[in-house]
Write a protein that binds this ligand. Structure first.
Ligand SMILES: [Zn+2]
Length: 220
């Protein structure tokens, strides 16, 4: 039995070496071989814009070209290695880690069924999973649900348009209400621009009985 497991693990390592030789891992942004996001690129990402809402923490500035490359990449295909690197880098940046992990849960911003079918995954959920591993926090995957499809945020021009676009577009999953009540939640999304999506989601969670609601995003 153990021999079999060791053999399987060796085969997996061998497969990794072969794949890595045939298709070497390259940095998504600069092409340097070795990692999906190289150390130099992570270090050179511009800091986030000043936030209007103190409860939102972002890692980088969306106008930074490196972060643009990464965001575009993780939206077009699930990349566990790149997501791990982002979660780790975020972890190093966040000083005020939740003190008692058991009372905090991560809540990814949902996408509509239509978008899920188009993309095959929700990048916020993937990020939440890796943040969960990095910070040892539980992920409440379906706590929030998208109740109707909204236009892409980028297509709404003004802040008012954006607020109107996402208004009433989320709901709290009934079975998750117990999970949220009295808990401290951290909303997870890839990008926030005006904060409108996070504001709407935060209000819902607070109304559902959440104690405190923060938000973490990769870019702003
Ligand atoms: Zn790079």
């Amino acid at each position: 039995m153990w021999n079999y497991i060791i053999l399987l693990s060796n085969m997996r390592n061998l497969l990794f070496v072969i794949l890595n030789t045939l298709f070497p891992i390259e940095c998504i942004s600069c092409g340097t071989k070795g990692l999906d996001i190289c150390d130099a690129c992570i270090e050179n990402i511009l800091p986030p814009k000043e936030q209007n809402y103190p409860w939102i923490t972002s890692f980088g500035n969306y106008h930074d070209l490196i972060i643009k490359d990464i965001m575009w990449h993780i939206k077009s295909q699930p990349n566990n290695r790149a997501t791990t690197i982002l979660a780790d880098a975020f972890g190093k940046m966040v000083k005020n880690r939740p003190e008692y992990p058991d009372s905090w849960i991560l809540v990814p911003i949902p996408i509509s069924d239509k978008r899920f079918r188009e993309r095959g995954y929700n990048q916020a959920e993937l990020l939440a999973e890796y943040f969960g591993k990095t910070f040892h926090l539980k992920v409440a995957k379906n706590a929030l649900i998208k109740t109707h499809h909204t236009n892409k945020q980028g297509t709404s021009k003004t802040r008012e348009d954006r607020m109107e676009n996402i208004k009433n577009s989320f709901g709290v999953y009934k079975k998750s209400q117990q999970l949220i009540a009295g808990k401290n939640c951290i909303l997870i999304d890839d990008i926030t621009t005006t904060g409108s999506t996070l504001i709407e989601a935060r209000e819902l969670l607070l109304r559902a009985g959440a104690n405190k609601v923060l938000a973490w995003t990769i870019a702003n």
